[in-house]
Design a protein around this ligand. Structure first.
Ligand SMILES: C[S@@+](CC[C@H](N)C(=O)[O-])C[C@H]1O[C@@H](n2cnc3c(N)ncnc32)[C@H](O)[C@@H]1O
Length: 400
């Protein structure tokens, strides 16, 4: 029997799930020794009843691969639900060893209650709080307008802000407000990791990539249902790019398109100030054919993440050229990457702990492009080297 209203009313469906599906799910979980998972009604409420752990693992590994989490990272997850991401992070031994701290916020009180009761026990640096914001799908009795909500975090205090399947449930005025808040809270080198339903133009919002259709077209966005607009919201990509920029953030290319489209956002290079533990080549530009340069860093005993940020101008990639970046720490070569898209890029590598007695790390970069500039060609490539806070490059940067 089809009861469409129930299917689309998330809270009514959760009540039914709680009555009819939680008891058998609890039994099955107990038999499988998985009493530590949230009940079915909570997993299903955030769209993750079946792939709860798999999705959590994907995000953890993606954060690590992108170099977004390392020693001392402070994370805020907005719309953490019943802890799909938090669970996998909180129990990971690397995350524990690095002293990563995490705050999870959601408008759904039941999800937050579950996370606070279970996840903080597994990792005491993980905390959760409820924000009673109104969302017609997830918190219809909320009393605070999303576009007036101020997050209880200090300016520039967060290294990573995560929103998976959350900006897919907010309307434009709320999106704009959240971007402003994220820009306020983000450390100068911080990154926002957010998923969207993006479309080049709204007429193409039903592109087969996303699990929803978006028949109700509005200005700059489209929704799946008129009566529950926040059930699923798709945005025009150029609109998102515009409001991101207006919030003082920028997109780290490339956007990764999929069942949800993942964007990394950061503060533009110009707004990043030279701070203790950072060295930037912001003002250095040079001819952008083959280049190499070295950075010498005083080592500490632990591993660290090296992040090298640079921009590729359109001219560099003319005629399907690619730019190849390779790096080495001492004798060990790091993974080389070929870049073939214009815009800002982030080259992230884990640098292993030093060998005994090794006091300095010399990191050597090599940029190669097949392009041979004419003598009168003045185009240049600007690069920037960024280290995680806490590292002090003593002999800053020597360019060879
Ligand atoms: C599809 S679930 C995703 C949950 C979680 N991020 C995950 O990936 O498992 C959407 C979540 O966003 C929350 N949410 C909806 N509107 C929100 C808002 N304005 N601020 C914060 N969270 C919100 C919902 O309560 C729900 O937990």
């Amino acid at each position: 029997m089809k009861i469409p209203w129930l299917r689309h009313n998330f809270l009514a469906r959760r009540t039914l799930d709680r009555w009819f599906l939680d008891p058998p799910d609890a039994l099955i979980r107990r038999l499988k020794g998985r009493g530590d998972l949230p009940p079915y009604s909570l997993r299903s409420f955030v769209g993750g009843a079946e792939n709860f752990e798999e999705a959590g693992r994907f995000f953890l590994e993606d954060f690590l691969q992108q170099g977004l989490v390392s020693a001392g990272t402070t994370i805020l997850e907005i719309g953490c639900g019943c802890g799909r991401v938090a669970t996998s992070l909180a129990r990971d031994e690397r995350i524990k060893a690095w002293g990563v701290s995490y705050s999870g916020m959601d408008v759904d009180e039941a999800s937050i209650a579950w996370c606070a009761k279970h996840i903080t026990r597994w990792n005491p640096l993980f905390h959760f709080y409820h924000a009673n914001c109104y969302n017609p799908s997830y918190n219809p009795s909320g009393v605070v307008a999303v576009d007036s909500y101020r997050f209880p975090h200090a300016d520039e205090s967060l290294d990573l802000v995560v929103l998976t399947s959350v900006l897919t449930h907010v309307l434009p005025n709320e999106l704009i407000h959240y971007l402003g808040e994220m820009s306020r809270m983000l450390a100068p080198d911080g990154v926002v990791y957010a998923s969207f339903f993006l479309s080049p133009i709204l007429a193409e919002a039903d592109n087969g990539r996303h699990a929803f259709s978006f028949p109700v077209k509005r200005e700059n966005h489209a929704v799946n249902r008129e009566d529950f607009p926040t059930n699923a919201v798709a945005y025009e990509e150029r609109y998102v790019r515009r409001v991101v920029q207006e919030a003082g953030l920028q997109v780290l290319e490339p956007v990764r398109y999929g069942s949800q489209d993942i964007m990394l956002l950061t503060k533009p290079i110009a707004s990043i100030e030279l701070r203790e533990g950072w060295y930037e080549l912001e003002t250095n530009t040079w001819r952008w054919t083959t280049r190499s340069f070295g950075v010498k860093v005083k080592r500490r005993k632990d591993a660290f993440t090296l992040r090298f940020r640079f921009r590729i101008a359109e001219a560099l990639l003319e005629n399907d050229r690619t730019l190849r970046l390779s790096a080495a720490v001492g004798e060990s070569r790091l993974q080389a990457v070929n870049y073939s898209t214009v815009g800002e890029h982030l080259y992230v590598q884990k640098i292993p702990p030093p060998a005994l007695g090794e006091e300095w790390a010399l990191i050597h970069f090599q940029i190669e492009s097949a392009y041979e500039p004419a003598t009168e060609d003045r185009r240049e490539l600007g690069v920037q080297v960024i280290f995680r806070r806490g590292l002090r490059p003593l002999c800053p940067v020597s360019i060879t």
